[in-house]
Design a binder for this molecule. Structure first.
Ligand code: HEM
Length: 501
């Protein structure tokens, strides 16, 4: 009780002190503040009016005077704004002001390829370090620290090669095949035991499979997913990255959790290494050694950054591929029957078969990545003035402009595909895609994905394992995509899983 009274007293005292300050404010301070505010408004009006001329001849989405699309951006987020921009940009380009920032949407294939091919001096994910950046990649760095995503400078190709050697080559993936199969089988069996299960959320099951796979591959810890801590942390990170409004409190909490999970995870790895001194090196240790770290103890800077990065990247994308595959196969029994026939025609315990001798399985995952690209859009910030060569009308991109590039639009617009572009038809990608088809689920150019081969192989192994041992029925048939930071389903995907006898 005493405590309550004291707090009330402190509050009251503070209040009174504030009242005093307010009363004591001389009229000159109020006038100065008002004049300052007016000048700021005048400057913003001037800058927003002059920014109207920044892209002459390019369709502009008009928002409110001065604020531009800011209210809409804060209320609905970037994806909705992006879809408005795409709708008005007939020639594949349009823009909007957010106060005095200029957001350009490029949604024609040639322009997207051109910008993604720019070197970092011309455009990068975060923009010049000295300039305030609205890029979501800047938020990502605040949450998980430095990673290859925001790396610029001479080390890039070195670091990209380390990733590629470890995750994007046939040799490295063949070495991971057996342990992936083991994790896939364990997770498939855990879904049912022997009895039918009615309400499995395949989205979190698939994400957890991917987390377990990373746990085993990187740290010898297939139980990395247990307790749901990694999954929920990664979901929070993904949400915050897409937040229009940075939150100092939430970001600080997330950073603390990231540090805690990483400390425990690396602690477990070190324990495992001490208990198994003759075991072969786990992937994170191997990467650490390749980048200057020792055989035991602390990890190299590169390996430590990968551990942090992995809390955000590389598992939800695998889970999302698997989830959409089940949704579409359930809607298209003809495709499921064709896939089942292919599965029974080969020995799926053989790496080469799953990796490269199952063309229908490959076509299914290509079609899933076309229709549901987990990374539905990306951003580049212009660092140096440049003429956009591939636009129909002359366009000069200026430093500070934020360029949004929608992979989802390129993948699903009938303008670039057949009239049935919105429908799941794996046959259209059987044997690969044509050069002129804008298929970029893993990005394009010098900063494209360095881990997609590992991801797709894992997704294929999990789908095949589950289908071989279980019948999976998706309960609802109204699943739609939700365009958020990443591409999500609008609700959990509940499935009924029955063990095949
Ligand atoms: C289906 C799974 C995956 C999808 C759909 C995907 C998609 C993408 C896309 C679209 C980009 C380019 C982003 C941009 O244009 O700004 C990218 C970059 C990247 N991805 Fe993936 N990715 C997947 C799996 C993985 C995995 C498993 C890893 C980890 C080994 C990984 C690591 C990275 C890294 C480090 C980059 C940045 C590369 C750079 O900046 O040089 N990805 N990914």
């Amino acid at each position: 009780m005493n405590k309550v009274i004291t707090s009330v007293r402190i509050l009251t005292t503070t209040h009174n002190a504030l009242d005093g300050i307010m009363l004591d404010m001389s009229p000159s301070i109020v006038v100065t503040a008002a004049v300052g505010l007016l000048m700021l408004l005048g400057l913003l009006t001037f800058r927003s009016a002059s920014s109207d001329n920044n892209l002459p001849g390019v369709p502009q989405f008009k928002g409110l005077p001065i604020l531009g699309a800011m209210p809409m951006y804060f209320k609905h987020g970037m994806p909705q704004l992006l879809s408005k921009l795409i709708a008005i940009g007939d020639d594949g380009i349009s823009y909007v002001n957010i106060v005095n920032n200029i957001l350009v949407s490029l949604h024609g294939p040639a322009m997207v390829r051109e910008v993604l091919a720019y070197p970092e001096q011309v455009a990068s994910r975060e923009g010049d370090p000295g300039r305030m950046s609205w890029s979501p990649f800047y938020t990502l760095r605040r949450l998980i620290g430095h990673s290859l995503f925001n790396e610029v400078g001479p080390e890039i190709s070195n670091h990209r090669n380390v990733f590629i050697r470890e995750f994007n080559t046939t040799k490295s993936n063949s070495e991971k095949f057996d342990s992936t199969a083991k994790i896939a089988t364990a997770h498939a069996n855990a879904m049912t035991g022997e009895v039918p299960t009615d309400e499995v959320d395949i989205r979190s099951s698939a994400d957890n499979f991917a987390i377990a796979l990373w746990g085993e591959t990187l740290y010898a810890n297939p139980n990395y997913y247990l307790g749901g801590r990694v999954l929920s942390l990664s979901e929070v990170i993904i949400t915050l990255v897409g937040n229009p409004w940075p939150s100092v409190c939430s970001e600080a909490k997330v950073r603390a959790k990231v540090a805690d999970v990483i400390e425990k995870t690396i602690g477990n790895l070190v324990e495992y290494e001490q208990e198994n001194p003759s075991a072969s090196l786990k992937t994170i240790r191997n990467l650490s050694v390749m980048t200057g770290g020792g055989l035991t103890g602390l990890l190299s800077k590169f390996a430590f950054e990968l551990a942090n990065f992995n809390l955000f990247g590389g598992h939800h994308s695998i889970g999302s591929n698997i989830t959409w595959a089940f949704v579409e196969l359930d809607k298209h029994p003809r495709c499921l029957a064709k896939l089942m026939a292919e599965i029974s025609s080969v020995d799926t315990t053989d790496f080469t078969n799953v990796n490269s001798n199952m063309p229908y399985l490959d076509a299914i995952f290509m079609e899933i990545n076309r229709l549901y690209p987990t990374v539905h859009a990306t951003v580049r910030v212009i660092n140096r003035e440049i003429k956009l060569d591939s636009s129909k009308k002359p366009v000069i991109l200026k430093p500070g402009m934020l360029i949004y590039l929608s992979y989802l639009h390129l993948h699903t617009s009938p303008e670039f595909w057949d009239p049935d572009a919105g429908v799941f038809v794996p046959e259209r990608l059987l044997g690969g895609y044509q050069k002129d088809q804008p298929f970029m689920p893993f990005g394009y150019g010098p900063r494209s994905c360095v881990g997609y081969k590992f991801a797709i192989l894992a997704a294929k192994q999990y789908l095949v394992t589950l289908l071989q041992t279980h019948q999976v029925d998706v309960k609802d048939h109204d699943h739609e995509m939700r365009v958020d930071t990443l591409l999500e389903t609008t609700k959990p995907v509940a499935v009924k899983v029955t063990h095949r006898s």
